[in-house]
Design a binder for this molecule. Structure first.
Ligand SMILES: [Zn+2]
Length: 617
């Protein structure tokens, strides 16, 4: 996924929650799942769902093929907010016994179903609740086309259980088939082999023949059409956005070829992308075979397509080799950012990947400053028991993870690094890994007992200690260094005319915005805006970075654009910093609350839960 924004948490709350969870969760090594996979494990899912837009409900049955490894007398699923109608075992039509455990606000309820040692299948008839946290129901006004409703799911990290009774841990994998019924004028697509067009009946079949963890279960339903990019890549989008989306993502095929050249064959068949409405809370979500993306990457100039490289890279790091628990999240994201920048380097050149590396370094520095260098959440390996795993989804996993791999590359050379990674993906394909297992593998296959090398890289410090280790690789971009000198000159004269001729690309302009002084006069802001047109830019990255300055420096000309942006866009990476900045003053907070009242219905739960807290809504 890309990107989550930092969430600060209260240490006291975490502590008391820890204790509570220690009592309720004796089931597995994953502190965020009730299931006991060492006893009974799911292997395959046959899912049958009806989508009801009027009632905002998914109703149907989940039939799980299971392996009873220990002869256990029950199987445990994770559920949250599900209405369980009945349960049956194997081919029997009789109702089976089950019990729902006490409710945990974060984890939901354990669904414990009585089985015997020969039970090979368990079927659960159920429906979701209208406010299921994974599912966002959009009315026609909230879509690009404004004519039809839309729904999409976001299961990562532990929200699959809000629309599917499942063993909701990234360490447990299963294959699935699904049948989904939707209103006739809409198309359903999933993280699976997908239909290319609508059918008369509105009933769609899906097959995912590769074993995936529950957080990669995904469904989108809307007025969607498909356009091929090449033989194995393509784009789904609402008809009004399809042409622009296909143009923006024209390099997808090249990216898949480049990724394969780096780290081995793409294992999932097709690679398609669906462009969601602007309320999608993330940049992208790497649902297998079908990446979900925000429309805010459609800038009209292909300047933000590194996001596709990121989600595609997850087809190896994350979807093929998966973090075993959310404490190991950096294994998904650090590797993916490294892989992403290698694809970008291959497809768009070294200078482009260097610029992104510098921007990543800037983001890491900001996160370190926010959290503090000794904060335990600045370790790569996290301890999230008792807390929402979303709290671990900061730039630490992404960028500290990236720079750790860069440090490894610098120490052993690119050739050895690439051979190591290629073998790592091949050996652990369709498996999950803990941080400890990775460290052992690293010792055996890259460091090879070379103590000098081990000391040079300081693996322990990178992974288990807070802060940034000394000797972190330096990120340098020649183009950005040029901008630094332009900014220094500008600070002396504050003359903005002609600046744009030096700073043409979106990357360069974004870097400029990030390099501007925190305090700027309205007159300076006006001059910069006249030169670059940031307030009215169609590039959401530039908008969001510029609006932070506008709010801070009371550049009120931008207020209508800020309000429009916050009401239209639900991407956390953009809106949480903006609301945070607004909430910095009393007057700003009143403004934020006023805008939020109008914007909140457009946000997914993972966005509005954070902002509710932020604004004490
Ligand atoms: Zn990611």
């Amino acid at each position: 996924m890309k990107y989550f924004f930092l969430l600060l948490c209260c240490a006291l709350t975490s502590c008391s929650q820890n204790k509570r969870l220690a009592e309720v969760n004796q089931y597995s090594d994953d502190p965020h799942s009730f299931s006991k996979p060492s006893e009974v494990q799911v292997k395959h899912l046959d899912l049958n769902l009806q989508v009801d837009f009027d009632k905002k409900l998914l109703t149907g049955k989940a039939s799980w093929t299971i392996a009873n490894l220990s002869g256990a007398d029950s199987i445990i699923f994770d559920t949250r907010g599900l209405e369980i109608e009945r349960v049956s075992l194997s081919d029997s039509t009789e109702n089976a016994e089950y019990v729902l455990g006490p409710e945990d606000k974060l984890l939901g309820k354990a669904l414990k179903i009585k089985i015997n040692k020969d039970t090979d299948r368990v079927t659960v008839w159920y429906s979701t609740s209208p406010d299921a946290a994974a599912v966002q129901w959009l009315n026609p006004q909230q879509t690009a086309g404004k004519k039809h409703p839309f729904l999409f799911t976001q299961s990562q990290a532990i929200l699959a259980r809000t629309w599917l009774p499942c063993q909701d841990s990234p360490g447990i994998r299963f294959t699935y088939n699904a049948t989904v019924s939707v209103p006739k004028d809409l198309l359903a697509i999933m993280s699976a082999e997908n239909p290319l067009k609508k059918n008369e009946a509105g009933i769609y079949q899906f097959i995912q023949p590769k074993a995936i963890p529950s957080y990669l279960m995904a469904l989108a339903v809307g007025d969607l059409e498909f356009k091929a990019i090449d033989d194995r890549t393509g784009v789904y989008a609402e008809p009004v956005s399809l042409k622009a989306a296909a143009w923006e993502f024209a390099d997808m095929g090249k990216m898949v070829n480049s990724a394969e050249k780096l780290y081995g064959p793409y294992q999932w068949g097709r690679y398609d992308v669906v462009v969601l409405p602007p309320s999608f809370p993330f940049g992208g979500m790497e649902n297998p075979m079908l990446t979900f993306v925000t429309p805010t990457v459609i800038a009209g100039d292909r300047s933000l397509v590194s996001l596709i490289a990121h989600e595609l890279a997850h087809s190896w790091s994350g979807n093929l080799v998966t973090n075993a628990t959310w404490d190991d999240f950096w294994l998904n994201e650090g590797f993916t950012v490294y892989f992403e920048r290698r694809i970008v380097e291959d497809v768009y050149g070294e200078e482009e990947s260097k610029m992104q590396e510098v921007l990543g370094h800037e983001a890491l520095k900001e996160t370190m400053a926010d959290l503090g260098h000794s904060h335990e959440d600045t370790r790569l390996h996290l301890e999230l028991a008792g807390r929402d795993p979303d709290e671990g989804m900061t730039d630490i996993a992404y960028e500290k993870g990236y720079f750790f791999l860069r440090a490894l590359e610098d120490a052993v050379g690119r050739e050895r690094m690439d051979a190591f990674l290629k073998e790592y993906f091949a050996k652990h394909a369709f498996q999950s890994l803990t941080t400890e297992q990775f460290v052992t593998y690293l010792d055996q296959h890259l460091l090879n007992g070379d103590e000098a090398l081990r000391a040079k890289i300081s693996v322990e410090e990178w992974i288990y200690k807070p802060g940034i280790p000394a000797g972190m690789p330096v990120a340098v971009s020649n183009q950005f260094s040029l901008i630094d000198s332009v900014v220094i000159a500008w600070k002396k004269e504050v003359r903005s005319e002609g600046l744009k001729s030096h700073l043409k690309s979106a990357n360069e302009q974004l870097y400029l915005i990030k390099r501007l002084p925190q305090s700027l006069s309205v007159s300076d802001m006006t001059k910069i805006d006249q030169e670059f047109g940031f307030t009215q830019s169609g590039n959401a990255e530039l908008n969001a970075a510029w609006f932070l300055h506008a709010i801070r420096n009371q550049y009120q000309v931008a207020n209508p654009a800020i309000e429009e942006f916050l009401i239209r866009v639900g991407r956390r990476k953009f809106i949480i910093p903006l609301y945070t900045e607004m909430a910095g003053t009393d007057e700003g907070k009143r403004w934020a609350k006023k805008v939020y009242k109008q914007a909140r219905p457009n946000y997914h739960s993972v966005s509005y839960n954070t902002i509710d807290d932020l604004l004490e809504n």
